[in-house]
Design a protein around this ligand. Sequence first.
Ligand SMILES: [Zn+2]
Length: 136
Amino acid sequence: MTDKNILKEVKKWQELLGLQDWNFIIDPVKNSIISDHGELAKVYISEESMSAGIVIAIDLPDEEIKRSIQHELFHVVLHDLGSTFNDAIDLLGVESRTALGSRYNKCEEKLVIKLERLIDKLVPMEESRLEEKAEQ
Ligand SMILES: [Zn+2]
């Protein structure tokens, strides 16, 4: 996938998710895994500057790159929630931060995956609806 098409895909999801006032910086990496945990992409969010840096593996099929972009932008949408959680957990002390922080991250990851699967179901439904409309 070309850098131009990656930016196009980011723009698409930025609009669909209402993130137009955010600034995205894409860092394409020619390595199919960008971390020790086997991730294909990672997002670094700066709330103050409303910017997000996405490090993304690009030596993958287009569909996987598109999925990574979608995935990381869902994390940006959920950032306010995570940020509020972090403020709350600060009041509870260090041990709670470690235990609950990892639980929170797992919950957020599960939610992002659920959203991805929802989109996977909705897109074919919308496509067949459009096809039916065209046949009429
Ligand atoms: Zn994730």
